[in-house]
Design a protein around this ligand. Sequence first.
Ligand code: ADP
Ligand code: MG
Length: 326
Amino acid sequence: MGEFDLIARYFKRPVRRAVLGVGDDCALLQPAAGCLLAISSDMLVQGRHFLADTDPYRLGHKALAVNLSDLAACGAQPLGFTLALALPDVDAAWLEPFSRGLLALADEHDCELVGGDTTRGPLNICITVFGEVPAVGGATQALLRSGARSGDDLYVSGSLGDARLALETLRGQWKLAPALLKRARQRLEQPTPRLALGRSLRGLASAAIDVSDGLLGDLAHVLRASGVGARIEATALRDLLACRGTELDAAVPAQHQRDCVLAGGDDYELAFTAPAERRADVLAAARDSGTPVTRIGQIDDGPGLRVLDAAGAAISGAWAAFDHFS
Ligand code: ADP
Ligand code: MG
């Protein structure tokens, strides 16, 4: 099968809302009137972002999910995406499930594949997503990292830490019962981009970011951009692992569980801030979007980010955010 047959077979589908999709030199997208275009790219490299034996259906899902998560963090509505793919060879047994996993998530969020590039090389998946976000009276409603203010509440969506626990278990560090590992592994391999929550936080959250490199590291970006500090209540973190419970407690020390929540990475949840007087609105946004959110602390005047125990004493830890070049 040649390059163009491959594209036609696995990645070309009838155009839906794009003006022009796969097949010409450019795709054409039309954001709604009054909207700004939101754009983000993420690359997944074998051996770096995923293991060589990763299930291709789940990899297709994840490659798009990590990109959609960036749109979610901005409060954007997906429009479409491009896929730049380097493949060692044409392997139908890989391409078929990969494209199915990718396009199933794309359909779930009405995000059309409109173009890309296909070349031979070590397996590498680069996606660029395009979304739209309203601008009202010249001011964008996009959620940014820079809007957190002292006194704001600090929240996270969903669950944190499971992806890291799954990875460590797959590497042989922990022994988890199969059902427990399955739950954690689902979070590692098929993260859920929080698009509905991101949209419902427009005009409500003062700042937002998606948690890809670990909660503390990603929050540090928000604090720096906003010129504020924050404190996190350790007691509020207890229920954030999806695979928590007595079975996990027997296998993994409590302190390590907390470290996974604080610095695990690969979670693709939203961390966001909102004025304290809007707590009821945040709960309503969570309910309307069907996404659990947990209040974990508060923005203050600093310095930096502190994790406090029940008595208010600072907890220290070797929490380093993931950095490809450190
Ligand atoms: P060009 O040479 O103009 O860059 P290509 O020959 O690389 O175009 O690609 C032909 C068409 O197929 C283009 O519309 C391109 O966007 C699309 N395309 C290429 N690879 C992919 C892919 N992996 N997924 C979706 N569309 C693709
Ligand atoms: Mg090309």
